[in-house]
Every structure is written in structure tokens, then in C-alpha cells.
Ligand binder design. Structure first.
Ligand SMILES: Cc1ncc(C[n+]2csc(CCOP(=O)(O)OP(=O)(O)O)c2C)c(N)n1
Ligand SMILES: [Mg+2]
Length: 582
């Protein structure tokens, strides 16, 4: 069992008198914070935190720490806290915060600054943090008065969790954490009691008259389609979407981040639509259901390049209805009826408004749509069978996915790194229920996010099985976090797709430029040995017949098992652009 549950109180630290660190810790406790992702700094805060029921999750690198916080938020809908020292440590938070900004994930980052009396004197590791975080966070402030700590912590949580969620950075000088509270009048008078630690913080649906217009458009449409993005997960609106899908007989496709917002077993679910609809892709044969739609309902979907297959998939002539918490996303790429509001109440209001419409068209069309979807699924299965059932060695990634899929229960969480890993899981694993999570860093698609995101998800819910799939290139960014996982007894099953190449890069360079650069090919690496070197389990699998036993053993192991799967470097997933490679 994980050691996460037991904060270890510190007996010997010098902060027995109330000081800034206590005020910080109290405020975080009020927001329900149970874990601080941090490597000691600010030390005073981490030393007093156990007294406030907070456990330190000590990352090895700040890059990974920020991503752990992100994974924690995605699975728990709680606002995580990551901390870092000033200067170089702070710079390493930027990648993780940037992903969270693009993926609309709230994080509060507490960044230590130099002593107030050294400000702007070129103090050791002094850096302009406000400038540093400008492009990777939605809110940045510095607190330098002990009487204002509560105010600023609350502002940071409100900024992160309200509206479109995202990262907020609170900068605080080192000496503020150690400053004695004293009997300052303002501090004694503080009466803050609100918990701002979950998101969405404020629920409000779209304007009712817009909802009524949307309902009328959907009821009258010939071929409507819903395309759900990650915002539906963020809003915890999966049940509302699933109810709408059924009650209004609406076909639903998702983006990669929206995978699992509806069950992919439901007869009206298309699966993931976008640039993954290439050969053997799960939703390849569903394309006409999207491209020939006359009314497109977008929910929590930022209409980005990959999700729209470079804006070539969604029909140009359709009428669009766009539900989003961020009014600036609505109409960004598709002129749309604006339903600006939180997805859950808006979808509930839409279902309610539709129940007052004549839905005979929708229900009449349902058997035909279901038949189209069923036949699309059959064709996909038949096309993929050659690979999902392949016995070849080196192993086809599709075969590995088929093995993992047989183990997935509906409480399982799947995490993938960027690159091919996220495309394999999207196309070859099935969401078994509305609300099942498939986490991947599709905000920016940075390499190295997979393992720390899985670790953060484990912290959020240590009881759930977590399967993490990463490429060998991406995993090379974060080997060191295996030690963190070992130290904290995190139970994870980590598959490394060991093809000894930067696969996506090599395949894309070959396609677009006829050759690839020297960066693409690695020497052979024994990842199982790396895992064993830090006390985790590590097994190497070269033959597909060994996969089932390796997974069973990993499921029974209480800690992290790394399964180093030697995969075929010629394998590439169903990206539409790659169809030219056949
Ligand atoms: C931080 C970062 N650096 C570079 C890239 C560009 N990039 C995208 S995919 C890829 C190759 C990834 O290789 P690997 O992790 O081994 O996965 P594979 O495609 O081989 O399965 C690269 C270099 C990126 N997305 N993020
Ligand atoms: Mg690789």
C-alpha cells in the first residue's frame, strides 16, 4: 500500500511560533489541500505542512513535479499545489504550467523568491519570475506582506479554479515564510472560511434563450453530431452528456482529451474523431457522420488543429452550436451559436429544453446511425486484426494495446505520454463508461509527461489501477522519477514502447523530407534494468506471448512495475497524414 496516506510530522524544526509558513499552511488546509508537490523549498512551509495534514510528494525535477500536480488535478477535480525555489527551479516549472494552461487544468504554483532586503541586487538565483511565467499561467502575483497571505492564496485559488481553469503562480519571498505573525490587527481580523480548492469553482449555465435556440436547431436538424472535448471532463459533465446522447438520440464523437466523456460501447458513440482517423483508426469509418453533419454541437472543445484534422474534418457549411466556459473559444474557428457557460448545467438545460421539442426526427434516425456506427466498428476491428492479433517480434504496439484492453476495468485510468503512445491508447483501448479517464498531455503534447502524470493520478486516487504507456524517447526525460515512485510506494504499471527511436519524429521526417536526422536513433537501452536499479520491478518483453503473464505479475506487485516492450520501429499509428506512407 502506498505511503501517501501518512503525513510525517516534523518534531525538530524551529517554527514553533506562528509565522508566515503557518499562515500559508492554514490557508492551503482551508482549501482542502492534502498534498504538496515540492522539493523542500520553501522549506519552512514544507516543515510545518504535516501539522496541517499535508503530505509532501517530493519530485526529483520541477518539470515532473508540475506535471504530477496536473495529473492529480485531472483525476480529482481538486486544485493541486506545486512549489519551487526561485531561479533555476522556477524555470523548470514552465513546461508543466504551459501544458496546464493549454489544457485548462488548474494548478497553484507557490514560488519562493529571494529575501526582501536583497530584491533587485542580483541576489543568488534571483530572477524576474513575473516575466518568466507570463506566457505559461493565467495569473501571477507576488505577496510580500504577512497580513496579505490569506488574500493572495485565495486569489491564486480563485484564479486557478474559476472560469476557464489554468495555472496561477504565487511568488513569495523566503523571509515572509519565517516572519513571526505577532499580533497584527489585520491578521487577527481575518475571517476567511471559504474552500476554493475544487473546480469548476462557480457553476453557471449558458443564457436560457440561447439554449432554447440550440434545442430547436438540434430537433430540426437532419444529421446533427456532438463533439466533446476535455472541457466535459473538467466540468464533470460526463453524466449530463451521456444522458443527452441517449434522450435526444444524438451521435457523439470526442477529441483525444474528451475520450471517455461517453462510453465507447454506447451504440451512438463514434470514438475519437480528428487527425487519428487514418488507416486502422478507431473512428476512420465514422468520418462521414462528422463531415456530412448539418448541425455540429461542440462542447468544451477548443477546435484545435489535431482535433479537427487541421480544420479539414468539420463541415464548412454546417450550423455550429458551441458550449464553452470561455467565451473566447466560442467562434474561434467556427462561427457558432454562443452557449457560454459551464458544460454541466448547460448540457442539463439543453437536455431539458430538448425534452420540450418534437424529437421524432432524432429518434427516427437513430437505428440508421447506430447501424452505421456498428458497421464502422466492425470494419475497424477487421482492419486492425492483422496487427492486434500479430505474433511478430519485435512486438506490434497494437498487439500490446489489445492485451492491455483485456485488463481494463471501468475504474482503470490510462495515462500516455505524447507522441505515438497517446495515439495508440486512443485508438486501441476502449472507454467502458461515461467518465472513464484517459490522460495525455494533449495541451502541448510535450515529451516526458506520461510517467509524472500517472504518478499525480495515483496520488489523487491510490485505489485505482493505473496503466501508463510511454515511448522510450519521452521516458528518457523522466527516468529519475522512478526513484520517487519507489520511495513513495506508488503502484503503477508502466509500459515503455522500446522501439529505440524517436518514432514520430523519424516517421514524419521520412514522410515529409525523405530522410531523418541523427537525433532519431538511440543505442539500445535496457529500461527494465533502470527500474530494477532503483528498486522497482522491471521486466523485458520481446515476445507477445509473454505479455499476459507480465501484466498479471505487475497487477499483483504492490509497487511500480516497468514492462519494457521491444516494439517494431516500423509501426506507426493511424494519423491521417501517415496514410500516404502505405
Ligand atoms: C519536449 C518535447 N520535445 C520534442 C518534441 C517533438 N517530438 C514529438 S514526438 C517525438 C518523438 C518521440 O519519441 P518516443 O518518445 O520514443 O515515442 P515514439 O514515437 O517512438 O513511440 C519528438 C521528438 C515534443 N513533442 N516534446
Ligand atoms: Mg520511441
Amino acid at each position: 500500500m502506498s505511503t501517501l496516506a501518512q503525513p510525517s510530522p516534523r518534531a525538530n524544526h524551529k517554527f514553533s511560533e506562528r509565522c508566515g509558513a503557518h499562515v500559508f499552511a492554514e490557508a492551503l488546509q482551508r482549501h482542502g489541500v492534502k498534498y504538496l508537490f515540492g522539493q523542500s523549498i520553501p522549506s519552512a512551509l514544507h516543515l510545518v505542512a504535516p501539522d496541517y495534514g499535508m503530505r509532501q510528494v517530493a519530485y526529483r525535477t520541477e518539470n515532473a513535479g508540475a506535471v504530477m500536480a496536473d495529473g492529480f488535478a485531472r483525476l480529482s477535480n481538486q486544485v493541486p499545489v506545486v512549489t519551487a525555489q526561485n531561479g533555476p527551479a522556477a524555470t523548470l516549472l514552465v513546461p508543466g504550467l504551459a501544458e496546464a494552461l493549454k489544457a485548462s487544468i488548474p494548478i497553484v504554483a507557490i514560488v519562493q523568491d529571494v529575501h526582501r532586503k536583497f530584491t533587485d541586487r542580483n541576489a543568488f538565483q534571483e530572477l524576474d519570475h513575473i516575466a518568466l511565467f507570463q506566457g505559461s499561467s493565467k495569473w501571477i502575483r507576488r505577496v510580500s506582506e504577512i497580513t496579505r497571505i490569506d488574500d493572495y492564496v485565495d486569489m491564486a485559488f480563485a484564479a486557478a479554479a474559476s472560469g476557464r481553469p489554468g495555472p496561477a503562480v504565487l511568488i513569495a519571498p523566503i523571509d515572509l515564510f519565517e516572519e513571526a505573525v505577532g499580533t497584527s490587527h489585520e491578521l487577527v481580523d481575518k475571517k476567511r472560511s471559504t474552500n476554493l480548492g475544487t473546480f469548476p469553482l462557480d457553476r453557471f449555465g449558458a443564457d436560457q434563450s440561447q439554449v432554447e435556440k440550440a434545442a430547436a436547431l438540434i430537433a430540426a436538424a437532419e444529421r446533427p453530431i456532438v463533439i466533446a472535448g476535455g472541457g466535459v471532463h473538467g466540468s464533470q459533465a460526463c453524466e449530463a452528456l451521456a444522458a443527452l446522447q441517449d434522450s435526444a438520440s444524438l451521435p457523439v464523437g470526442t477529441t483525444a482529451m474528451g475520450k471517455g466523456t461517453v462510453s465507447e460501447d454506447h451504440p451512438l458513440s463514434l470514438g475519437v474523431v480528428g487527425y487519428f482517423m487514418g488507416k486502422r483508426g478507431m473512428a476512420r469509418h465514422m468520418r462521414p457522420l462528422v463531415s456530412k453533419a448539418d448541425v455540429v454541437v461542440l462542447v468544451g472543445n477548443r477546435t484545435n488543429q489535431n482535433g479537427t484534422d487541421s480544420w479539414g474534418l468539420y463541415p464548412p457549411g454546417a450550423t455550429y452550436i458551441h458550449i464553452d466556459i470561455d467565451g473566447q473559444e466560442v467562434g474561434r474557428n467556427y462561427d457558432a451559436l454562443r452557449l457560454v457557460g459551464d458544460a454541466r448545467p448547460t448540457l442539463e438545460a439543453l437536455a431539458e429544453a430538448l425534452s420540450r421539442q418534437d424529437l421524432s426526427r432524432r429518434h427516427g434516425a437513430r437505428p440508421g446511425i447506430e447501424a452505421t456506427i456498428a458497421s464502422g466498428r466492425d470494419k475497424h476491428r477487421a482492419e486492425a486484426a492483422e496487427m492486434t492479433g500479430s505474433d511478430q517480434s519485435p512486438i506490434r504496439p497494437e498487439r500490446l494495446m489489445a492485451e492491455i484492453d483485456t485488463h481494463l476495468t471501468d475504474d482503470a485510468v490510462v495515462v500516455a505520454d505524447a507522441s505515438f503512445a497517446s495515439i495508440w491508447i486512443t485508438n486501441f483501448l476502449k472507454a467502458r463508461r461515461a467518465g472513464q479517464r484517459f490522460l495525455s498531455p494533449r495541451g502541448l503534447a510535450g515529451l516526458g509527461w506520461g510517467l509524472p502524470m500517472a504518478m499525480g493520478a495515483h496520488v489523487a486516487d491510490p485505489t485505482r489501477p493505473i496503466y501508463c504507456v510511454v515511448g522510450d524517447g519521452g521516458f528518457g526525460h523522466v527516468w529519475s522519477e522512478l526513484e520517487t515512485a519507489r520511495r513513495m510506494d506508488m503502484k503503477l504499471i508502466l509500459f515503455v514502447l522500446n522501439n529505440s527511436i524517436l518514432g514520430y519524429q523519424e516517421h514524419a521526417e521520412d514522410l515529409f523530407f525523405g530522410d531523418h536526422t541523427d537525433a532519431c536513433r538511440f543505442v539500445a537501452v535496457d529500461h527494465a534494468a533502470i527500474a530494477r536499479a532503483v528498486g522497482c520491478e522491471g521486466v523485458r518483453v520481446e515476445n507477445p506471448s509473454e505479455l499476459a503473464a507480465a501484466i498479471e505479475k505487475a497487477k499483483a506487485h504492490p509497487g511500480l512495475t516497468l514492462i519494457d516492450v521491444i516494439t517494431d520501429d516500423r509501426a506507426f499509428p493511424p494519423v491521417t497524414a501517415f496514410d500516404e506512407k502505405y
